[in-house]
Design a protein around this ligand. Structure first.
Ligand code: FMN
Length: 202
């Protein structure tokens, strides 16, 4: 379990300041992220706001038809209390589970991101996958549009939440689909990487 909102001892800046300061960061401090900070970022991007019923779970981001087609993987490099590895976020439990512990994780991620080296210099990296069937049964061909729109909201919340706590991120869509999917162990068809975002203190 991650520390919940009532346990955070963080002093985020106000929303207008975060919106006004939002920018893409490609340089990060060597200091680690705390588990509380990571907890806040996971909550801001996919956290559960209310459970209406089994098929309608409201989150901190909107999603067409409340389909929420994403899984959040987090590649931890420097997070206090978290061994370097790939984890997956469980929104209903607000918890992380260990997925994989590949050798040379940070470098492999940067290689998969077409050699964008700052990815390996971050404290960790969000990797969102899409599971298109969650949306397709309802939206058919329009799924491609709404899944992409949904992803934008998730990453924008990450930008704002990062700014609020003295961290930074950079949206990344330039990556090798095959390498990124292979790193996560997803098949690239039923589930595929859609967006990544390294995070760190700035
Ligand atoms: C969909 C999308 C994909 C992006 N992909 C990359 C990327 O692969 N590498 C990168 O360095 N920046 C990437 N960016 C960040 C943009 O370059 C950045 O948002 C833009 O230059 C404006 O700068 P700002 O975010 O600081 O306002 C991406 C942004 C978006 C929205």
């Amino acid at each position: 379990m991650l520390p919940g909102r009532d346990e955070w001892q963080l002093s985020p800046c106000d929303l207008l300041t975060a919106i006004g300061m939002r920018e893409s960061h490609r340089r990060f401090l060597p200091s680690p992220l705390s588990l509380q900070e990571l907890s806040l970022l996971l909550w801001a991007t996919q956290g559960v706001r209310a459970v209406v019923h089994e098929a309608a779970v409201l989150r901190t981001v909107p999603s067409a038809g409340c389909r929420h087609p994403f899984e959040t993987y987090f590649a931890a490099f420097r997070v206090e209390g978290l061994a370097p590895a790939i984890y997956r976020y469980l929104p209903l439990d607000h918890a992380l589970i260990l997925e994989k512990d590949p050798e040379g994780l940070a470098v492999s991620l940067a290689v998969a991101a077409h050699g964008q080296r700052f990815v390996a210099e971050a404290a960790g990296c969000f990797i969102w996958t899409a599971i298109p069937r969650r949306t397709e049964w309802r939206y058919a061909e329009a799924s491609y549009k709404v899944i992409a729109l949904d992803a934008g909201h998730v990453c924008q919340n990450l930008y704002l939440a990062c700014e609020a706590i003295g961290a930074g991120t950079c949206a990344i869509a330039a990556y090798r689909q095959d390498l990124m999917d292979e790193l996560l162990g997803v098949d690239g068809d039923e589930e595929f990487t859609i967006y990544i975002a390294p995070v760190g203190k700035v």
